[in-house]
Design a protein around this ligand. Sequence first.
Ligand SMILES: NC(=O)C1=CN([C@@H]2O[C@H](COP(=O)(O)OP(=O)(O)OC[C@H]3O[C@@H](n4cnc5c(N)ncnc54)[C@H](O)[C@@H]3O)[C@@H](O)[C@H]2O)[C@@H](O)CC1
Ligand SMILES: [K+]
Length: 535
Amino acid sequence: MKILTAAEMGAADRRTVEEFETPLGALMEAAGSAVAAFCLRQYPAASRVTVLCGKGNNGGDGFVAARVLAAAGKTVRVLLLGRVDELKGEAAAALARLQSETAEVSILEVVDEVMLRNAHGEEGLFVDAIVGTGFKPPLRGLALAARDLLKELNVPVVAVDLPSGWDADSMEQTVEGAFRADAVVTFTAPKLAHVFGHLTAETFGPVVVADIGSPDAAVRSETGFTWAGAAKTLTEKPRPMNSNKGKFGHVLVVGGAWGKAGAPSMASLAALRTGAGLVTAGVPESTVGIVAAVAPELMITSLAESQGLLRNLEGGRLEKLMKGITVLAVGPGLGTDGDASEFARELVAKTQVPVVIDADGLNAFVGKTELLKAEWRTLVLTPHPGEMARLAGMTVKEVEADRVGLARRFATEHGLTLVLKGWRTLVAHPDGSVAVNTTGNPSMAKGGSGDILTGIVAAMLAQFPNDVARAVETAVYLHGLAGDFAAHAMDEHTVLATDTVKHLSDAFRYRVKDADGLTWICGLHGQNFKEHRAA
Ligand SMILES: NC(=O)C1=CN([C@@H]2O[C@H](COP(=O)(O)OP(=O)(O)OC[C@H]3O[C@@H](n4cnc5c(N)ncnc54)[C@H](O)[C@@H]3O)[C@@H](O)[C@H]2O)[C@@H](O)CC1
Ligand SMILES: [K+]
């Protein structure tokens, strides 16, 4: 699923109207109906709904929503911030239809702040249809008064397309200055602000995308930005009945210096739980007993060590180690002292199967990134900003200032797949396209999270070696989603990295598009993180 700018969205709408002969009125009807359906489903107890409408097409969506909500039995009031005779085109048509079909909806032309404050009351839900992609900052006029009013009230707000006052193209949108929203229903594709913005100061509430009838061919993006969750359909097909373990690959996890045996243990456990056919951990001989204890299903290869760290293998041992292996994950708990780094470099250089490099595996290439040219094989790097900074020879601040640009450059220059972790993990592909992940939460800001992700990525590659881009995007999405389920089931302070593994089943079973055709970009279906985190 592409992520668009406001201009790209406008172009997609125009193409849909002009080239695909869908009238604008039909798009507006679908948009407003989707908002109403969302309100009915998420806020069934709200019997009184106030729809705040602006004079543009965002307001037009609001008129449609008001009509559908009234038809469903809600008591609906429309507050138009302006005069009826100021409306044009489809918005005017939507209002006319609302007036003619639903006499019981009261429509009030609000012309000043006093009127606005007197007009509301006892509603269980607000719909914000004041301004959408047509917003030109700063917020002005009655919209400002409406924003302040909603901030004072403790009533849920569903935003149409965008919380009014949001700049759709901003990657740093915050609540400051804009409307409060508890949920956002947007159309066709998410805009940059939906993915990178902060819906509230505390959390990122539900953002759902409704399909309103624009065909894929009408939706074009210059930036090459996509949403990682869409890749998850890769795992939504059942495995063939006649499957055997050989079909799902054999992951080898290498790492685990003395004192860090947990890292390869967690990566291996995650690989097992993600569906790899076989998983082997290659660890220093002194840690074998510890790592083996993580799961009886795990196979272990004891590797030569010196003082608790892995060291280069003697002639022929490498070939033996890699026999039958289809994916290598190197780095979890590897350590950087002694020969461990050299061993990691040797492994990566001499291996032909897809390789995932994480943690100290990445540190082994600091100052030697020319050795990371993927060329003919699959290479996936999973740095956090600190590891990325060391690899790229810059500061963490510099990395964070240009995450997208840096990830894209590094991936294209080396011909590899780069997973840059952090708030809104990015997956940059060798072709320059970048997918953004929206799952995950602060409960995952703990040691071990990265090891779990490494295992998930490796297991996805083992199962889908010919679909690397979607395999990696799915891995990142599933990892965050499992963390979201864990945070929901537990308290976010108490979630351990291994708890996310326990919730991988929930993540796999979760369908990206729900039964009503809504794609939940943020927030779990039917659940409001804000309420949950505030509880
Ligand atoms: N273009 C299309 O084909 C479709 C558009 N749709 C809806 O239309 C919206 C875009 O419609 P428009 O382009 O008419 O624009 P909007 O309705 O988003 O904004 C225009 C209105 O907002 C007011 N406004 C702009 N900046 C303001 C500010 N700083 N302070 C206060 N008021 C301000 C303008 O005076 C005008 O009344 C989308 O967000 C979406 O909700 C949907 O109906 C689906 C189809
Ligand atoms: K809005």
